[in-house]
Design a protein around this ligand. Sequence first.
Ligand SMILES: CC(C)(COP(=O)(O)OP(=O)(O)OC[C@H]1O[C@@H](n2cnc3c(N)ncnc32)[C@H](O)[C@@H]1OP(=O)(O)O)[C@@H](O)C(=O)NCCC(=O)NCCS
Length: 409
Amino acid sequence: MTYPIRPIVETEWPAFSRVLEEAFSWTPGPAQAERFKAETEFDRTLAVLDGDEIVGVTTVLSLTMTVPGGQLPVGGVTSVSVLPSHRRRGVLSALMRRQLSDIRERGEPVAALYASETPIYGRYGYGRAATKTSFRIDKAGSAFVGDAPADPALRLRVARPAEVRAELEKVFATVVTRRPGRYERNSVSWDAVLADEEAVQNGSGNLRSILAEDDDGVRGYALFRVRSSSDDDGLPNGELRLNELEAADPAAYALLWRAVLDRDLVSRVSVYSRPSDDPLFALIADPRHLRPSSSDELWVRLVDVERALAARAYSAPVDVVIEVEDDVCPWNAGRLRLTADLTGATVKSVEDEPDVRLPVAVLGSAYMGEGLLLESLQAGLLREHSPGAVRALATAMSWSPKPWAGLTF
Ligand SMILES: CC(C)(COP(=O)(O)OP(=O)(O)OC[C@H]1O[C@@H](n2cnc3c(N)ncnc32)[C@H](O)[C@@H]1OP(=O)(O)O)[C@@H](O)C(=O)NCCC(=O)NCCS
């Protein structure tokens, strides 16, 4: 593949967007198209050209993402697309290599993305780093355990989402640092969260919000749509589709879930993405009714392994020499001594004998606190030179709460 690669300028936007629209068979409405353009950082775009034609694209969003113990600049990789006429000629591989080197030059030690299909990104050193849980709960099975928290100072307020945007943003600012994978939202992300044109309603009507507050202000909110319907026999059979539920404390959280689950004329609540350790699993008296299913969410790539490992906290003390395998970003290949605990880490390049050899994708999968270290060991995919080293590393890298981004980018 010898096509040239370069960033686009704004006048090339239609040709850039066309590749994405063709690759994803996506027909954006005018407002969606406008938001997509507004979120694009043109100097972080990359386009592959075949003559004058743009045939492959990708871009990076400059994110500030929560990691165990802090926040980090993270390259949010998105819009990865190759025209159907040019697929399987190595266009993606060329884009990935160039993009990873650009992200490194920017000083972002970590890249993250959502994968449209799971087999794509492992070859470029990305690892499956977070899980989302979807569920669909019938109202009839939604009772809480007897000792669910309640605060008599709390009350509910119904509001149009766009009119309470500042209050939603304030709640989100209190929760964003609590869970690895969550990332700061700019005004375009909020525009997307609150988008309400017909193209995004998906037959479920207006975006609605309900807030939990006390005399001091808002403590949580839920954003949702309701598809109203009733059975032939006249029984109400609406479905509430929850987009987002954020709360600063357990009592506000429980009250908001009750408001969602108890909504009149709704017989079930469906939720596309929640963290796999959502406290709702503890609140619901009979969690079988949640009928959860899970799938991969964020994929993480350590672009600068040394800096990335030094930038997070660790759940337990660990002192281990890791030999990192990385063909795509060869600057990472080598041996590192990681000495870490809850307060932070030091990472040094060493010549010592390794305790464990790890493909960079496995390290990336573990970075946010979930990951596949032990699974990979048990599957015979890792080389452990010092018995127990992988378990010690896995324990140290694990984190609670579990990683989850929540909002797709
Ligand atoms: C996925 C996509 C970007 C791949 O682009 P591409 O230029 O055809 O990929 P490449 O030719 O560089 O492929 C590199 C390798 O990845 C493999 N690969 C690429 N896409 C794959 C897929 N969807 N599933 C499995 N393997 C895939 C190729 O077979 C090739 O393997 P090899 O090195 O062993 O030969 C392209 O098919 C596309 O635009 N798909 C639709 C949009 C999409 O899903 N984008 C990803 C968004 S997260």
